[in-house]
Design a protein around this ligand. Structure first.
Ligand SMILES: Cc1cc2nc3c(=O)[nH]c(=O)nc-3n(C[C@H](O)[C@H](O)[C@H](O)COP(=O)(O)OP(=O)(O)OC[C@H]3O[C@@H](n4cnc5c(N)ncnc54)[C@H](O)[C@@H]3O)c2cc1C
Length: 481
């Protein structure tokens, strides 16, 4: 999400306004609409009303292959663009019979490209994007829905699910890995609103979580590309807050001491934020940017936080409470793919956990243009004991989530930035930060099983054995039976 806040600074104002205008006018084509006539070998042999297959060289193969991260280039042997769940089952069976490992793509926003592979099959779910009302408080959605598809459909009815904020992120990947956002402290993670899933497992069978509570538990935080292809998700929707107000606090040309002081104070004041609030501390080069949002009434506790943050900053701006429909759009961000690396840089309980290495982290960020260190508030209802019992997301006790980001415009800039990136990750790791968020994976994490899933990994392995014993569905950091 906040990637987008940071990126707005990077975009030239003119370019940003142009994109924003085109998007408002509906002139930016939605991804994967209007494929040209398919003429490839797979089409003749296999394609039908349920699924269309694409191989290298076919029109639209390139469009379907690419994800949001331009850094990652992979070339599957075959892409199955599924039109319905029957198509998914057919594709899984075909892959099984032909020994093709399967990667699954919903919104294509995986930061390490786990939704694509080299030489295997990619199951593309972008056409599974229906939203259906089951009753006034329940929706059934396809995993290919983007967040903006969902907000557009349910906000006008006064309902919301606590998703992230970037418009193009798929509900499939977001929910199956957890899902935090501006309203997470109020309603929980996205996966905490998930009530039921339907999935084509690694054996090609269609299963439903109503018959296996363990499967639902596993899909709330541990379901990304592991057990099967989720084809339908049922969510509880919540009464949407009427408005959202946001505050921005900025300091410029900061040095290490200033950045560290502000960060420490930020941790102190956000520890007691009301649940309607979210905050992020962003160090982008030498600029500190703090975001505070409030979806509830403006009471004294919030004012105390505003006064403290304002006292620490050079510039404070605020919006009036905006209608939630308008306010969320401010955080929608860019739709076009970028060159970047963004990964979890630890979940923390407080400032003390990073104190021993934070000077060096800040120094590296200050001297590495293009690098951003960001800490986001979790906590609030994410800690809810019922949610914890019902999901495999193991990090409820950690009330802060940090991410390291770096962006570039040309491939030749990549190597140096990735080296710096690894240096910062090593600083955290060598100073005891061992807990990481699965939806912000880092291919360099060696002990990722424990970092993402903690003590729940063994139970997740048992579920993998049940639904995908031959490990047909896999990526670089998928659960092993
Ligand atoms: C710009 C940007 C902003 C972001 N903002 C937020 C945010 O605010 N909050 C947050 O929590 N996260 C955020 N993320 C991280 C995001 O949650 C993950 O990248 C998420 O996995 C993306 O889901 P997707 O469907 O778009 O991605 P995909 O690349 O399609 O899939 C991601 C992973 O999920 C698996 N998967 C996808 N669909 C299915 C399915 N139907 N069945 C089984 N497995 C599946 C894939 O195999 C892959 O491993 C952001 C990422 C980006 C790039």
């Amino acid at each position: 999400m906040i990637l987008d806040l940071a990126m707005q600074n990077k975009l030239k104002r003119k370019e940003f306004l142009k994109l924003a205008l085109l998007a408002n006018l509906g002139l930016i084509a939605k991804p994967f609409e209007g494929f040209s006539e398919f003429t490839g070998k797979y089409s003749k042999a296999l394609s039908n009303d349920n699924v269309t297959y694409f191989k290298k060289g076919d029109a639209d193969y390139e469009l379907l292959r690419k994800g949001f991260n331009k850094r990652i280039e992979k070339f599957p042997q075959i892409i199955a663009l599924c039109k319905n769940a029957t198509g998914v089952a057919e594709a899984v069976k075909y892959a099984g019979q032909n020994g093709l490992p399967i990667a699954i793509k919903s919104g294509g926003h995986c930061m390490e490209g786990f939704s694509c592979n080299d030489g295997g099959m990619v199951i593309n779910l972008s056409l599974l994007n229906k939203i259906e009302w089951m009753d006034a408080n329940t929706i059934k959605v396809g995993p290919g829905c983007t967040l903006s598809n969902i907000y557009d459909a349910i906000l006008p009815k006064g309902k919301i699910i606590p998703g992230g904020s970037c418009a193009g992120v798929g509900i499939g990947g977001l929910t199956l890995g957890g899902g935090y956002g501006l309203l997470g402290r109020k309603y929980g993670l996205t996966c905490d609103s998930l009530q039921e899933i339907t999935m084509v497992d690694g054996k090609g069978n269609t299963v439903n979580s109503v018959n296996d509570k363990d499967l639902l538990w596993a899909c709330k935080g541990g379901g990304n590309g592991n057990f099967g292809v989720v084809t339908e998700m049922k969510f509880k929707v919540h009464k949407a807050p009427a408005t959202l107000q946001s505050y921005r606090f900025k300091s410029y040309k900061v040095d290490t001491i200033k950045a560290k002081t502000v960060l420490q104070k930020w941790f102190d004041v956000t520890a007691s934020l009301p649940t309607g609030c979210f905050s992020a501390f962003v160090l982008n080069g030498k600029t500190i940017y703090i975001l505070l949002t409030n979806a509830d009434k403006h009471h004294a506790e919030v004012q105390k936080v505003i006064d403290t943050l304002s006292g620490l900053s050079e510039k404070t701006t605020k919006t009036t409470p905006q209608k939630i429909t308008t306010a969320l759009k401010v955080f929608y961000g860019r739709r076009e793919p970028l060159f970047f690396k963004n990964a979890s840089a630890g979940l923390y309980k407080n400032f003390a956990e990073v104190e021993s290495c934070i000077d060096k982290v800040i120094e590296t960020v200050l001297t590495t243009p293009g690098m951003i260190y960001q800490v986001n508030t979790l906590g609030g209802n994410i800690i809810n004991a019922e949610f914890e019992k019902a999901s495999c997301f193991p990090h409820r006790a950690f009330t802060y989530f940090s991410e390291l980001q770096t962006y570039w415009d040309f491939p030749k800039q990549e190597a140096r930035l990735l080296e710096k990136f690894q240096q910062v990750q090593a600083l955290f790791s060598n100073n005891g930060i061992k807990t990481q968020y699965r939806n912000y994976p880092d291919i360099q994490f060696t002990n990722w099983q424990e970092m993402y899933y903690g003590a729940n990994y063994t139970r997740l392995q048992q579920i993998k054995s049940r639904y995908d014993p031959t490990n047909l569905i896999r990526h670089e950091q998928s659960i092993k039976a």
